[in-house]
Design a protein around this ligand. Structure first.
Ligand code: SF4
Length: 637
């Protein structure tokens, strides 16, 4: 990661009149001059001025900026002109990387300043763990050798720089707070994680992500990971509430538990014990017993609670859960007495880390049973899939977390996205995040959607009824037969996507196209293939409704299989809508509809990414015409 020292100075032209004027001059005189294809855009100037105002005065600004506004420069330029340290937060690593490698690198070339990317700890390699890692088979041996070669040359130790290959041993060699010796570590001076922290501390602009900002806010002030700043910009702010709900929530899963236990003790295919406790036979029975009991508990969860069913009142399996929490405590005590002083220091550290994780798991179990639905503003539910079973708990809204943990840390907070309002009304977003009273701004896209996009509505397709998958597949094939470029088909349910794929996938291939379906290869790879071609057809779910940035003929047609209403029985959705109804509100108009419209706009925005883009949007849900609320969708684009 490059770092530079920064100062945006007044251009010297005329009288300096506040941050907005200085920023505007810098944009017009310096940035515009340096960018060959820069076109002045009033919406960008409007947003830049509002951001400058919030940075100067303090407070909260929700700035909605349509596609093509150039919103990143609209907040970056005043941040730099203010000369204060700032944190920028994004939802995705993609946008994090883009801001750092494109926008900040460019701006630092004009006027040097320090900047750095900040990711969660587990993204960085731990040199101590890698060097003390003992492979248990040939595959682990090979991975380890390759990681050691990479470690000798990487400047960052960031897994992103390792390449797209999946590293199966990564969770055992990545940086982990529970297994870190900090400044007592022999590798401290070359440590990838502390090296990154050092760059964050030196940087004027730190590009973090929502999860890291949330986790940071939960720590004691003297234990915070990110440096203290007065300024926070939350980009991709439409996704903030979901990320914060996860951060402030709890997940207890069979996979998470098995991962901790298998680190301690597991049988390999030859029936030999492997793991940190494989040389401590005194503990074998206790570990195996706990594994068995926990396994039986997950089966009970599966037999007792339906998939994604809300758990209200006293949890039916409370006594079993509490018994297991106690059993974990018992194993921890035995581990402490049987292992202290008997292991090599590195192994002892790993065992200690497992003990911390086991204790946290047990505390989570107690927290889950203690929490009574409604009383604490939390909602609890179970997820019982074929192989994964989990107990989940999440705040109904993250607004309390936002108000108590995030907001007090900053003088000025700017939240921005292409979709924060429904036809200019921000009340949905401000209520979800507890930001009533914030300043708002909505600037339009400079693109001419009416000229650039043809919208077609296909009637008679209702994916909730049998036979509709065939009709939808026929539309996909018909649109693809035009052969004028790439297609993105957006679904709201996996079953519908699979059903349409089963019918259309082979037919599209026979037409000489390149169809791909989410889940069969990494999303990022699918998008790379689409960008490089003009005949790709992607069938995608949630993650393709936003963040997809494919220009030109590589993406010419967008098909929405259904209006993106959230499933009303989803635990968080249900809790939120129930809360609104209890307060005498109308949950459909106050929650379900605005939520769906925001997602619809996100999906819609995938098609036109530049002034020269054009294409078709096909909406395969005639409720957009037949229902009164359909106008809200159409009026929002
Ligand atoms: S300081 Fe911590 S994270 Fe860094 S190499 Fe040592 S143990 Fe690993």
């Amino acid at each position: 990661m490059n770092t530079h020292s920064l100062e945006i100075r007044d251009s010297g032209r005329g009288h300096e009149s506040g941050l907005a004027s200085r920023s505007e001059r810098f944009l017009r005189d310096v940035v515009a001059e340096a960018l060959e294809d820069y076109e002045p855009r009033q919406p960008q100037i409007d947003m830049l001025r509002s951001c400058a105002g919030t940075i100067e005065k303090g407070g909260v600004l929700l700035a909605e900026a349509g596609t093509g506004t150039g919103k990143t420069f609209a907040y970056l330029v005043p941040l730099l002109a203010a000369g204060e340290r700032a944190i920028i937060s994004t939802r995705t690593i993609n946008l994090q990387e883009q801001i750092v490698s494109k926008d900040l690198r460019f701006l630092a070339g004009l006027n040097p300043f320090d900047y750095a990317i900040a990711k969660g700890r587990s993204n960085y390699l731990c040199l101590r763990r890698l060097n003390s890692f003992r492979p248990s088979d040939e595959r682990e041996n090979e991975e380890c050798a390759e990681l050691l070669r990479w470690a000798s040359k990487t400047e960052t130790g960031d897994i992103e720089d390792y390449g797209s290959r999946r590293v199966l041993v990564w969770d055992r060699v990545c940086s982990d707070a529970d297994a870190c010796k900090s400044n007592q570590c022999a590798f401290y001076s070359s440590c990838c994680y502390f090296g990154a922290r050092g760059r964050w501390n030196k940087a004027q602009i730190i590009v973090a992500n929502h999860a890291l900002v949330g986790i940071n806010a939960m720590l004691d002030p003297d234990a915070r990971l990110l440096p203290q700043t007065n300024l926070l910009v939350i980009d991709e702010a439409h996704a903030l509430d979901n990320v914060l709900s996860d951060v402030a929530g709890l997940t207890l899963s069979n996979r998470g538990f098995d991962m901790i236990m298998n680190r301690l003790l597991r049988l390999d295919e030859k029936g030999t014990y492997r793991g940190l406790l494989s040389q401590t036979p005194d503990l074998f029975q206790a570990v195996e017993l706990l594994k068995t009991e926990m396994g039986l508990f997950w089966v009970r969860v599966k037999n007792t609670v339906k998939h994604r069913e809300t758990i209200k009142g006293t949890f039916e399996l409370k006594s079993q859960l509490m018994g297991l929490a106690e059993a974990i405590g018992g194993l921890v005590e035995e581990m402490v007495s049987c292992t202290t002083g008997l292991f090599h220091e590195d192994e002892e550290l790993e065992i200690k880390a497992s003990i911390i994780k086991l204790k946290a798991f047990a505390e989570g179990m107690v927290g889950f049973t203690d929490c009574r639905d409604g009383a604490t503003g939390f909602v609890r539910w179970a997820e019982t899939e074929e192989k994964r079973i989990a107990l989940r708990m999440s705040p109904v809204y993250p607004r309390d977390f936002m108000m108590s943990h995030i907001m007090p840390g900053y003088r000025s907070v700017i939240l921005t996205s292409a979709t924060l309002s429904v036809a200019g009304d921000f009340s949905f977003m401000t209520r979800v995040l507890g930001l009533e009273g914030a300043e708002t701004l909505s600037v339009p896209s400079p693109f001419d959607f009416k000229k650039q996009i043809e919208v077609h509505i296909k009637r008679g397709i209702n994916l909730r009824q049998p036979g509709s998958a065939e009709k939808l597949a026929a539309v996909i094939i018909e649109e693809a037969s035009r052969g004028d470029g790439g297609m993105l088909v957006l679904f709201t349910s996996r079953e519908s996507m699979r059903a349409a794929w089963a019918i259309a996938g082979a037919a599209l291939r026979e037409m000489g196209l390149n169809p791909m379906v989410q889940g069969e290869m990494p999303n990022r790879l699918m998008l790379e293939i689409m960008r490089e071609s003009e005949n790709s057809v992607i069938f995608g779910l949630d993650s393709f409704w936003e963040g997809v940035d494919v220009k030109g003929d590589s993406l010419k047609c967008l098909i929405m299989a259904k209006l993106p209403f959230e499933v009303p029985t989803e635990p968080i959705v249900k809790a939120r809508t129930e809360e609104i109804e209890l307060e005498g509100g109308n949950a459909f108009y106050e929650y379900s509809l605005p939520r769906a419209v925001l997602k619809f706009r996100q999906g819609f925005g995938r098609l036109i990414r530049s002034k020269s883009d054009s294409g078709r949007v096909i909406i395969c849900d005639d409720r957009i015409e037949t229902m009164a609320y359909g106008r809200t969708f159409l009026g929002s684009i």
